[in-house]
Design a protein around this ligand. Sequence first.
Ligand code: FAD
Length: 395
Amino acid sequence: MTEQSLPFGYELGEDHALLRDNIREFARTVVAPGAIERDVKGEFPADIVRQLGEMGYMGICFPEEYGGSGMDALASAIVVEELSWADASVGVINSVQNSLVIDPILKFASDEQKQAWLPKMATGQWLNCFSLSEHGSGSDAGAMKCRAELKGDEWHINGTKMWVTNGAEADAILLFVRTEPGDKRNSTCILVEKTTPGLTVGKHEDKLGIRGSSTVELIFENCRVPAWNTVGQRGQGLKIGLTAIDGGRLGIAAQAVGIAQAALDRSVSYALERKQFGKPIADFQAIQWKIADMAVRIAASRALLYKGCWLKGLNKHSLHIPAMAKLFAAETASFCANQAIQIFGGMGYCREGEVERYLRDAKITEIYEGTSEMQRMTIGETLSHDPARVAATEK
Ligand SMILES: Cc1cc2nc3c(=O)[nH]c(=O)nc-3n(C[C@H](O)[C@H](O)[C@H](O)COP(=O)(O)OP(=O)(O)OC[C@H]3O[C@@H](n4cnc5c(N)ncnc54)[C@H](O)[C@@H]3O)c2cc1C
């Protein structure tokens, strides 16, 4: 598959359509059946992640020379959307692996590092996590306190990271640490293997949604990591982290589109089945309008998402399009999940109706990888202060 097999249109090319059909089949037959049970139990889908690795979906976006699938950003978005339709937890596990870790390694790591790490990541032998946030630094990522000191040829890392998706199960952590005390912008990106002494997994968050994905604290106590594991240049950490999140926004937009589409599909089926006043509720205009509003927003979200993927495939770095895609898709997911509950009535409010999960899962897409407020800031600032960048991506 070539980088640009997608024209920016509304019909997928043959390769992407085939990929969508394959991953959809897997999502609906293998992922969907246990999704509710995993949500109730807060259970990580280890077996599904293993199968995704074996099928090449855990390293979808990088070159075949490193054992990857050699596909593009659109392929990655299609995979995350289809998985999230079935289970948004599986969607984010996949998105973190591909967008937040593999992507920056491809961009910033040395050839030797890529040779050493990427084949394990491509096959899913290594599950990855991305660790930037701390208790005191979320939106303001530069305020991080976790620090590393270079002693000889080793980093000595001390501090606590928070909210790490995949953190409990991951084999490799893309970690961001302060390396020059007092200089807010000076941080460094280091790949840490989970088995490194001095690293422990702390608190597991008990969450509202995406309960099948783990979210944990990582504690570093004099954790010693070879200086060789530095990704990019010393002092480049924040740049690498924020670049990764720019790409990761497309993954979260895809997750949100998947949740929204699932809410719509369930709503249409239920509206045709459920009868009140002697006819299916789908015959009432009030219900049809809800379905129409959901469908319009999903189509618009997907169009923005595909545009972001298309730009990424062309190596045109856009800040505002991925931000727009994530913002609009996240709000669409919450909107659609809310509408689905309304269409299901009392059944929608109960677990038995199996749609309340969509609302709980949708909410996180408005928070992680940049809150909706931060997306609006990015869009507003780019449009106001960076017209050249906007023009380059709007041709
Ligand atoms: C389930 C889950 C998984 C996560 N996974 C990861 C992960 O894998 N790796 C990782 O590093 N992090 C992860 N995070 C952290 C996540 O990215 C942060 O929660 C998010 O960036 C917001 O930071 P915060 O929670 O500190 O909120 P804050 O930054 O404290 O924001 C609180 C509120 O203030 C608003 N706000 C803040 N600054 C501004 C401003 N300048 N202007 C206007 N409004 C503002 C925010 O929009 C928000 O509404 C995860 C979080 C959760 C809940």
